[in-house]
Design a protein around this ligand. Structure first.
Ligand SMILES: [Zn+2]
Ligand SMILES: [Zn+2]
Length: 294
């Protein structure tokens, strides 16, 4: 019987839940009851289920496109081997870096990705916090070059899910810096700073598995001992309703774009960096209609 690669995350669920249980116990013994909140973690679990459903549906819809690109237009004949797997893994991790960087710098993608960052807590359950809106944002399009190069679509899906599975383990405050691994891999310390909204950490460390891309493209920052991470987004969501958390940024983005004063503003509100969109939004909402003095 062939293993359906799309079930990878589901198959690993017992391991993930075991880690959450260990971490809850660990922080309880340390007297740090602030690390976990049941409401926050239940919201994260709800978000994971919604994301799984929308992700499966998205793959059903886009697999024909992947298949067509692979069958009709692939550039190379790549035989299945460990070397080919290494190339696929490296290529997907490189594309993940750019997907993640774009997800922080392009508001349309941020509307989906902000869900992952909107909790003010950081623990293993934060990794479950994913958006059901990723398919609409267009996450699936970032891996198309891999099928075009000549990697079979099922292998592409497998490696995308492996990357996501690895990232579960970097969502914890229970592990310190990990020595030489910090130079090569995304680690809990590196990813903690990624989730922080302190000005010195914001929009840094976009790594999936390897942090070499951050070091190469100038987006790396190390966690400082004298600058504790302040987790969450600059614009707080303040809700534990998974549907509200998933949709609120889309609502804001569409409403602000509808109320914009020019096409240039609309372009920035949809495709500009989130902070530029916030400036326009603040200007447009604070502006009062001109009333002539009598
Ligand atoms: Zn991020
Ligand atoms: Zn994360």
């Amino acid at each position: 019987m062939q293993f359906d690669v799309q079930l990878l995350l589901l198959a690993l669920a017992p391991l993930f839940l075991g880690c959450v249980a260990w971490e809850v116990l660990y922080w309880h013994r340390q007297g740090r009851k602030d690390i976990y909140s049941w409401r926050d973690s239940l919201c994260n679990a709800g978000l994971a289920l919604l994301h799984q459903a929308s992700d499966k549906l998205a793959w059903l819809l886009v697999l024909p496109l992947y298949g067509w690109l692979y069958r009709e237009h692939r550039l190379f004949e790549i035989q299945t081997s460990w070397l080919a797997f290494g190339g696929l893994f490296l290529g997907q991790d490189f594309l993940y870096y750019w997907f993640h960087r774009a997800s922080h710098r392009v508001r349309w993608l941020w509307a989906a990705h902000s869900v992952h960052h909107s909790s003010t807590r950081m623990n293993f359950s934060t990794a479950f916090r994913q958006s059901l809106m990723y398919p609409l944002a267009g996450m699936w399009a970032f891996w198309l070059p891999l099928a075009w190069l000549g990697f079979p679509p099922q292998q592409v899906i497998g490696v995308v899910l492996l990357n996501l599975a690895f990232q579960f383990f970097v969502h914890t405050q229970a592990l310190p810096k990990l020595g030489w691994l910090e130079y090569v891999f995304n680690t809990p310390s590196i990813h903690r700073s990624h989730h922080a909204r302190n000005p010195c950490y914001i929009d840094r460390n976009y790594a999936g598995v390897l942090c070499i891309w951050d070091r190469l493209f100038g987006s790396f920052v190390a966690e400082h001992d004298d600058e504790p991470c302040d987790y969450g987004t600059v614009k707080p969501v303040n809700s534990v309703n998974p549907l509200w958390v998933s949709l609120v940024e889309w609502r804001d983005m569409l409403r602000e774009t509808w109320q914009a004063r020019s096409w240039r503003e609309r372009l920035v509100l949809l495709l500009g960096p989130p902070e530029a969109a916030a400036v326009i939004s603040a200007r447009n909402t604070s502006a009062t209609p001109h009333t002539p003095r009598s």
